[in-house]
Design a binder for this molecule. Structure first.
Ligand code: COA
Length: 326
């Protein structure tokens, strides 16, 4: 049976670090509040003039090198992001060009914080169908310039960063075992960036009103996230014919340490089986899971034969889960 196996991982974080203390001088918040309510201690922030492609390109290059391949070996590149370089063309085209992939296909995918899960399901389907043998999937976000420091609930949450994986068609029982995706657009205003698309253009007035920055109903999102994360992992395990005791590593989207702890507790998973990096990077939305995976692999936490459970929840609303045998 052909499966898509993850054979390379990579990540990139901009050099500049914004600590909670730094934010105290930018908006009405405190280090103590941010740590207690979210678990975040710091986040990375890109420089003015940098775009999401500047984060995803080095992450993708690292993933390709760690797979022992060159960009010429890649058949398709997918970029999951909600903060593309431009409204068009796709950021994936910019990344593919920077990598030197010639005229290979490249496209963007927007499923917000579930972007990596949607990208994984898409890449896996392309690989298993035989359409493409080697796919680079990168998730990245440059959200620190999409928040308003007048809105302290969102200003403290997001960080800039990217991760990437290389998936390759292989015979055997290692690779992506299951993927499941969900959406509920009736919750689109729970977390959104209203202006700048076709419906609400950017005007001087709505810039003044902060309509071109991220808006969130945090409590509603929190409650729904815990419920859907738990449902998503249950469906994934049932489809894989596994139980929580079969899981070696749980790599969830990093939105809030309290959401992760609450889901892990419901699953009965010990903390050493959870990959948590939110303290150092904040919520990197579509970059969050591949960044956490790549860092965990660099730390020697991901070993051959292990079973990984991935899950996300975010704007859309969207959510998803996957089981991967390493
Ligand atoms: N610093 C200080 N105080 C803040 C603050 C900040 N950055 N943000 C909000 N507050 C204040 C609120 O104004 C409120 O004050 P009040 O009681 O005087 O009105 C108080 O803290 C409590 O706010 P509340 O919104 O009830 O806090 P919370 O416990 O729900 O935590 C979040 C807020 C955002 C951390 C939490 O709701 C959350 O993590 N939600 C999910 C976020 C998420 O997952 N986002 C991304 C999805 S991918």
């Amino acid at each position: 049976m052909i499966r898509s196996r993850i054979i390379g991982t990579g990540h990139f974080l901009p050099e500049r670090v914004l600590t909670n203390k730094d934010l105290e001088s930018l908006c009405d918040t405190t280090d103590e509040w941010i740590r207690q309510r979210t678990g975040i201690e710091q986040r990375h922030a890109a420089k003015p003039g940098e775009g999401t492609s500047d984060l995803c390109t080095p992450a993708a290059r690292m993933a390709i090198e760690s797979a022992g391949l060159t960009p010429a070996d890649v058949d398709l590149l997918i970029c999951a992001t909600t903060t593309p370089d431009y409204i068009f063309p796709a950021t994936a085209c910019v990344i593919a060009d920077s990598l030197g992939m010639g005229t290979k296909p490249a496209f963007d995918l927007n499923a917000a914080c579930s972007g990596f899960m949607y990208g994984l399901a898409t890449a896996d389907a392309f690989v298993r169908s035989g359409a493409y043998k080697t796919v680079v999937l990168t998730g990245g976000e440059l959200a620190t310039n999409r928040v308003s420091f007048r809105k302290r609930d969102t200003a403290v949450l997001f960080g800039d960063g990217a991760g990437a994986v290389v998936l390759r068609a292989e015979e055997g029982d290692r690779g992506v075992l299951t993927t499941h995706l969900w959406s509920d657009g009736s919750g689109r205003e729970v977390l959104w960036l209203p202006a700048g698309g076709s419906k609400i253009p950017v005007t001087a007035q709505n810039v003044d009103d902060d309509i071109n920055t991220i808006h969130m109903k945090g409590k509603d999102l929190f409650r729904r996230a815990v419920i859907e994360f738990t449902n998503a992992v249950n469906v994934a395990l049932e489809a894989a014919g596994m139980t929580f005791s079969d899981i070696d590593l749980f790599i969830p989207h990093q939105a809030n340490i309290r959401i992760i702890e609450s889901v892990a507790e419901r699953m009965g998973l010990p903390t050493e089986k959870c990959v948590v990096n939110i303290q150092k990077v904040g919520n990197c939305t579509a970059g969050s899971i591949p960044l956490a995976l790549s860092q965990a692999r660099d730390e020697g936490r991901v070993k051959d034969g292990q079973v990984l459970l991935l899950a996300s929840f975010g704007a859309g609303l969207t959510w998803g889960s996957a089981v991967v045998r390493w």
